[in-house]
Design a protein around this ligand. Structure first.
Ligand SMILES: C=CC1=C(C)c2cc3[nH]c(cc4nc(cc5[nH]c(cc1n2)c(C)c5CCC(=O)O)C(CCC(=O)O)=C4C)c(C)c3C=C
Ligand code: FES
Ligand SMILES: [Fe+2]
Length: 423
């Protein structure tokens, strides 16, 4: 609760000093920036605080930046047993499914401009957030932005090596925060990224690399593992919804149905006790409360892959059913991802708005958060609160799913929770 008052001031300041336009423009340095390796040069003018420097690592799944990268992206994705468990056949079936799926997914990326914009947005968001943190948390400055993707470049392994090259760890100590860019925790997303980070930490700085069980001078890690109802996240979504609502004629506006859409999960993952469905629902409810509960709404699920049962109702079925019942005004709100990706640009815009709702102008989508300054202020606020908390992760992260049998989860959680004693 103590976050609320200062944060609401922060976003008012942003709204006054930097009025938003409908399309957010990425400053030119972001498109020239080649990623992790160059970040140190951006920080020459920032004074080092008593607890600085601090590396802030944005973790996400990543996406292919060009259609040529789709094959590698899918083969890493189908090799990930935390996302798609294929048992002993993983190393045989994974590459096979990835190869068969590649042409179809390449076509989808071609239709959205030739690649995923997630790298561009992640690098921009991380760099902008660190600039704010340098001002709001001078004792931990300079804050150096890094990006670690699970299935695309820059991969976790490369990010870790860059951290070591930049003078973190490797005997020199230093602090790094693993900041998930999935607001809601799932073991298939944030959990998988943390398992990968833990794996590379063991390989590059663990006992195998140093000969010591608790190597001196290794990076001190902490984790921001979830932030589903942060007031700034909620505000950024709410303002984008209000902006889209304002495009409907006043007589129709109150009857517009709000459809919050999130990537679905297989029912096996839901029944294992994954926290994601409850945390997505928490975001939705907080946004609805901020909007005064004035509209009808539903949380629906998209992007099912393969034949097994997934959590529903499906987004496309819901749009179809509402249209059949005569509700032709609805807003799609991608609520579980913070930048544009194939699910918004292809599945929602092309397949659902373009095909399922063809000819119905009342079916619209809100803009994704991308470079939204309120959202970036929120990221800085979350990171500052985390630095002040002295915690290595949330209490919730240490609790495994009731149905979890994964040794990786067990060891990873033990490691990150155990980092508290070093902070
Ligand atoms: C919060 C977001 C996501 C969750 C939860 C999630 C779970 C999940 N996904 C798959 C399988 C696939 N996902 C694929 C792509 C993809 N997934 C997400 C997000 C979440 N996935 C995004 C944003 C993307 C697209 C990346 C982009 O660049 O735009 C794919 C690949 C595409 C395809 O082949 O259709 C697969 C496969 C599972 C099985 C799962 C839960 C266990
Ligand atoms: S699957 Fe959730 S903690 Fe392991
Ligand atoms: Fe997915």
């Amino acid at each position: 609760m103590s976050l609320r008052a200062p944060f609401s001031c922060a976003y008012k300041r942003v709204a006054l000093t930097s009025p938003r336009t409908s399309t957010t423009v990425v400053p030119s340095f972001a498109s020239q920036w080649r990623g992790n390796a160059t970040v140190t040069s951006l920080k020459a003018d920032v004074t080092t605080g008593s607890k600085g420097p601090t590396a802030v690592v944005f973790m996400n799944m990543g996406g292919p930046s060009t259609t040529d990268e789709v094959g590698d992206f899918l083969s890493r994705l189908f090799a990930d047993a935390d996302l798609i468990p294929l048992g002993r056949l993983q190393s045989y079936l994974g590459p096979l499914i990835a190869r068969r799926r590649t042409p179809k997914i390449q076509k989808q990326y071609a239709e959205i401009g030739g690649g995923s914009p997630i790298r561009k947005w992640s690098e921009y968001q991380a760099a902008e957030m660190c600039k704010i943190l340098d001002k709001t948390s001078p004792e931990t400055a300079p804050h150096k932005p890094y990006v670690a993707f699970r299935y695309a470049n820059p991969l976790t392994e490369d990010m870790y090596k860059t951290l070591l090259d930049d003078g973190f760890g490797g005997g020199k100590g230093g602090r790094a925060i693993a900041f998930t860019q999935y607001p809601q925790y799932s073991c298939s997303t944030t959990g998988s990224s943390l398992n990968e980070l833990w794996k590379w930490r063991q390989r590059l700085e663990g006992k195998r690399a140093t000969g010591e069980a608790e190597p001196k001078g290794a990076i001190k890690w902490s984790v921001i593992d979830r932030w589903p109802s942060h007031v700034g996240l909620v505000e950024a979504f709410a303002q984008n919804i209000e902006k889209t609502l304002a495009t409907y004629p006043p007589g129709k506006r109150d009857r517009v149905v709000l459809l919050f859409s999130a990537h679905s999960l297989p029912m096996t993952v839901v029944n294992r006790g994954d926290p994601y469905p409850a945390e997505v629902a928490a975001t939705v409810y907080a946004v609805m409360q901020r909007l005064g509960m004035k509209h009808q709404y539903r949380l629906v699920w998209q992007s099912q892959v393969g034949p097994q049962p997934w959590l529903g109702a499906q987004t496309s079925d819901t749009v179809e059913s509402l249209l059949k019942k005569g509700s032709t005004d609805m807003i799609l709100i991608p609520i579980a991802f913070t930048s544009d990706h194939i699910e918004t640009l292809y599945e929602l815009d092309n397949e659902i708005i373009g095909e399922t709702a063809h000819g119905h102008d009342g079916v619209k989508r809100i803009e994704s958060l991308n470079g939204n300054p309120i959202f970036i202020e929120a990221l800085a606020d979350i990171a500052k609160a985390h630095l002040e908390s002295g915690e290595s992760c949330s209490p919730q992260m240490a609790l495994r799913c009731p149905g979890c049998v994964s040794e990786r989860c067990l060891e990873q959680k033990k490691f990150f929770a155990g980092q508290a004693k070093h902070l």
